[in-house]
Ligand binder design. Structure first.
Ligand code: PNS
Length: 166
């Protein structure tokens, strides 16, 4: 059984992430999406909310599961019995950081390889941060997210605006 982990913040999951998940699910027997819990910056969505959103959008992919993780990625990969870490590469700007992570992880865990998938050209400009910035200022984010996720992001920012008024 070939298992891959696909780690990230997923705050929130975008159509670019989903494209990578769908393609990984086709080439691997099992895909475990790892939602990082302990990022230094405060996320828009809690880890539980992010897991739930990923479960929702991947419900029709039977070999995909979603878990939360804390600490080192390679420990998470080992706990999933995965020998592959998948990361999406959007552009050359991603490369330096991704290569540094992959090289470091390979030194700590030589039995685990990082597999890079080039992002679908359609989503090569897309990031969760850009989507949040557009939503924060009332822009239309429907092009970038599953409809139910777009709704949740808009609700979050609407809640924030209501709180600001009080
Ligand atoms: O979607 P992101 O935020 O770019 O994902 C980054 C992620 C989660 C892959 C990275 O921050 C990570 O692996 N964090 C876990 C801590 C860790 O293992 N750090 C050492 C990596 S060399």
């Amino acid at each position: 059984m070939k298992t891959a982990v696909y780690p990230g913040s997923f705050d929130p999951v975008t159509l670019g992430h989903y494209d990578i998940i769908e393609r990984t699910a086709k080439i691997m027997d099992r895909v475990v999406i790892g939602v990082l819990q302990n990022k230094s910056k405060t996320p828009l969505f809690s880890a539980q909310e992010r897991v739930k959103m990923l479960e929702e959008v991947t419900k029709d992919l039977p070999n995909v599961e979603v878990r939360c993780f804390d600490g080192l990625l390679i420990d998470f990969a080992r706990s999933c019995d995965a020998k592959v870490i998948v990361r999406g590469l959007r552009a050359v700007t991603d490369f330096e950081y991704e290569l540094q992570m992959a090289q470091t992880n390979r030194v700590i865990a030589p039995e685990i390889d990082t597999l890079f998938l080039n992002t679908n050209l359609k989503y090569s400009y897309l990031s969760s941060s850009i989507v949040k910035e557009i939503a924060e200022f009332g822009g239309d984010i429907q092009e970038f997210l599953h409809p139910q996720i777009a709704r949740k992001v808009m609700e979050k920012f609407a809640q924030g605006r209501d709180l600001g008024k009080k």
